[in-house]
Design a binder for this molecule. Structure first.
Ligand code: SF4
Length: 377
């Protein structure tokens, strides 16, 4: 099984915390669609050799594309192989792009999962993040999606905001639960270089919240989500039973995927490839037969670090057998030493042949991962 990710780099405005590759210039949309179609052609072997079970439109803001523009891409994908019929087709949307007419057409195209960046239900927070929607638009968008029969809806929330009180976070979690969606992704704010929020941090306008406050917000989130029937199947992701993102789960279990569009990443089982983060350059190179990506063969150490990083973030943990297939003697000595230490500190436990982070240490998962990383000089 394999996945396809299509990066749509267009946004109508820039959110103050975001460092994803994007542009607010819409003038290259036509060139972009042509380049995506060409890139599909260039990867004909991928379509012939793999059964694609997930298709994911991420961004940027995929809902900046009209249904006609999306239809051109879908048409090309269908022509790429006789049996192109992914079971899960996800599209990221912005709440204020969700209209009856748009959703109706998305359903006709085959989109059956929607991921919507709500981030907060406070209009004050949304303004501070420079989001272009407000809270009532988000709630209305969910109603519209459901009225068109879309059951598999995921929403994104952000916590750890410097101006958000604990009570406001509690209210956001409760409002998310009231929406009765199948999936919630909740991310702690990180200050990424190149974003306005990073500058505010450096200038002292913002201060990172205390770790105790982050832990309190995370613990509240996990407790409320689990009490309401959600499974915390990955550190930032919660789903109702059988509603996990298959696309993202495939990343975490090392399946192959093809990334199309500027900045998109691919994995063919041995190599990682990443397309240029420059729309103009990407379009020109794809059309003119140039090399529009960089690539790297994964070493044994890369594979080990990746398995640790992706595996420990999931509820299931790291499959001992997958780990054994990667470790050589040197890595095994290192791993056994480190894991013993983590187990002694109560950070990791072994359950059913999986190493997993213990429930009460979930918030420090990234720290545990970094301690298990094998770093070469
Ligand atoms: S968060 Fe989404 S909508 Fe906002 S700038 Fe980033 S990619 Fe665009």
């Amino acid at each position: 099984m394999a996945g396809i990710y299509i990066h749509v780099p267009f946004c109508y405005s820039r959110c103050s915390y975001c460092d994803f590759y994007k542009t607010t210039d819409q003038s290259l949309k036509h060139e972009y669609i042509k380049a995506i179609c060409k890139e599909i052609e260039l990867n004909s072997q991928f379509f012939l050799n793999n059964v694609v079970n997930t298709l994911y439109f991420g961004g940027g803001t995929p809902s900046t594309l009209s249904c006609n523009e999306l239809a051109i891409i879908f048409e090309k994908l269908k022509k790429s192989s006789d049996n192109f019929s992914p079971a899960e087709i996800t599209m990221e949307v912005n709440p204020d792009d969700v209209t009856d007419a748009y959703v109706e057409e998305l359903v006709v195209l085959g989109v059956n999962r929607i991921s919507m960046g709500i981030q907060s239900f406070s209009d004050d927070h949304l303004r501070k993040m420079n989001r272009r929607h407000n809270s009532s638009q988000a709630i209305d968008a969910i109603r519209i999606l459901k009225s068109h029969g879309i059951k598999n809806i995921s929403i994104d929330l952000i916590y750890g905001l410097p101006y958000m009180s604990f009570d406001q976070w509690k209210s956001n979690v409760q409002k998310a639960l009231d929406l009765d969606v199948a999936h919630v992704s909740a991310y702690h704010l990180t200050f990424e270089k190149g974003t306005p929020y990073y500058d505010y941090l450096k200038k002292g306008i913002f201060k990172e919240i205390e770790e105790d406050d982050s832990v309190r917000q995370f613990d509240y989130l996990v407790k409320e989500m689990e009490q309401n029937g959600f499974i915390n199947y990955e550190i930032s992701n919660f789903c109702k039973p059988f509603s996990q993102s298959h696309h993202n789960s495939n990343y975490w279990t090392g399946e192959k995927y093809l990334g199309l569009g500027p900045s998109a990443h691919s994995f063919d089982g041995n190599k990682r490839l990443w397309n240029f983060c420059d729309l103009q350059k990407y379009c020109a190179f794809v059309q003119n037969g140039g090399v529009y990506f960089e690539e790297e063969e994964l070493t044994r150490i890369d594979r080990y670090n990746e398995l640790v990083m992706l595996g420990l973030r999931t509820k299931e943990g790291i499959d001992v057998n997958r780990l054994k297939a990667i470790l050589n003697t040197e890595l095994n000595v290192y791993f056994q030493d480190e894991i013993r230490n983590q187990i002694e500190h109560g950070n990791i436990q072994i359950v059913d042949n999986y190493y997993r982070v213990t429930d009460d240490k979930r918030f420090i998962t990234d720290r545990i991962i970094s301690e298990l990383f094998y770093i070469t000089d």
